[in-house]
Design a binder for this molecule. Structure first.
Ligand SMILES: NC(=O)c1ccc[n+]([C@@H]2O[C@H](COP(=O)([O-])OP(=O)(O)OC[C@H]3O[C@@H](n4cnc5c(N)ncnc54)[C@H](O)[C@@H]3O)[C@@H](O)[C@H]2O)c1
Length: 251
């Protein structure tokens, strides 16, 4: 089978470097291109070296057009405005794309939906297997506990994380609502501190008992692994918008 050529957008970022390491170590996949924001200090550097590996011969560029032209599939962990521009390019070049960027607003969501008419897109605020199972378990629990049980969602992340509540916390809230509880019954708490990779909990608290469903990420590599898994999967999908539930066959 031919090697799958993967392009990484945001290659100089925390997740981008993690993705470079994951792609370099993967079987049957290769880094086809690495791009970051125009003017970023990492432009012109070897993507492997920046990620702490031996040189991979792939230089970080600001040339997003060439990255799309030379990749079978692209992974985007950047910023919402950048993601909106990238999905338009994905639709033009018919290059499937995996989006991990969070904090997407209505404009970015609309851009993704429009692009998904002509190309396959996986977008998920959290690419970890266990978190996606947590979403399914949360839906189930919310459908069982009536309003005599209070619902609270708490999350903790490193101090550099821009969006709060996290995309995953919002997805957990959606899961609780899908299970039949009302949004105004759900308490949300977000803590930004230190270098925490990410912790999410959903509590169902009644009189005399509580159920706590907790996921703790101890390394950001789980998100990179999930994104690469999604990239392999999305290559063979018809145009459309998919989530990790589809990739992992959950639900
Ligand atoms: N879905 C998941 O599983 C998951 C997991 C972790 C982080 N995230 C999200 O991924 C995003 C990135 O997180 P991070 O910690 O790597 O952030 P980061 O700030 O370290 O990296 C983002 C990178 O994107 C680059 N960038 C900005 N605009 C660009 C553009 N127009 N073209 C190319 N590159 C551009 C930045 O220069 C930076 O290098 C955030 O939204 C974060 O919440 C998602």
């Amino acid at each position: 089978m031919a090697t799958i050529k993967i392009g990484i957008l945001g290659a100089a970022g925390r997740m981008g470097q993690m993705l470079v390491r994951e792609v370099a170590a993967g079987q049957g996949i290769a880094l086809a291109g690495a791009a970051d924001m125009a003017g970023h200090a990492a432009i012109g550097k070897d993507a492997g070296q920046l990620a702490g590996l031996s040189p991979l011969g792939v230089v970080i560029t600001q040339d997003v057009a060439t990255l799309f032209a030379t990749s079978d599939v692209v992974i985007d962990f950047t910023l919402p405005a950048a993601t909106a521009a990238h999905v338009k390019r994905a639709a033009e070049t018919k290059t499937p794309i995996v989006i991990g960027t969070t904090g997407l607003g209505p404009a970015e969501t609309k851009a993704i939906t429009e692009a998904a008419a002509s190309v396959a897109i996986v977008q998920a605020p959290n690419m970890s297997l266990a978190v996606n199972l947590l979403l399914a378990l949360t839906r189930k629990a919310a459908s069982v506990f009536d309003d005599s049980y209070d619902v609270a969602i708490s999350e903790m992340h490193h101090r550099h994380k821009v969006d709060a509540p996290s995309g995953t916390a919002l997805a957990l809230r959606d899961a609780v609502e899908t299970g039949g509880r009302k949004r105004d019954e759900i308490t949300m708490t977000a803590i930004r501190a230190g270098d925490l990779a990410g912790e999410h909990s959903v509590f169902f608290i009644g009189e005399g008992e509580q159920l706590a469903l907790t996921h703790e990420a101890t390394s950001r590599s789980v998100f990179a692994r999930g994104a690469v898994h999604a990239a392999r999967w999305v290559l063979n999908q018809p145009p459309g918008r998919y989530g990790m539930q589809d990739v992992l066959g959950l639900d």
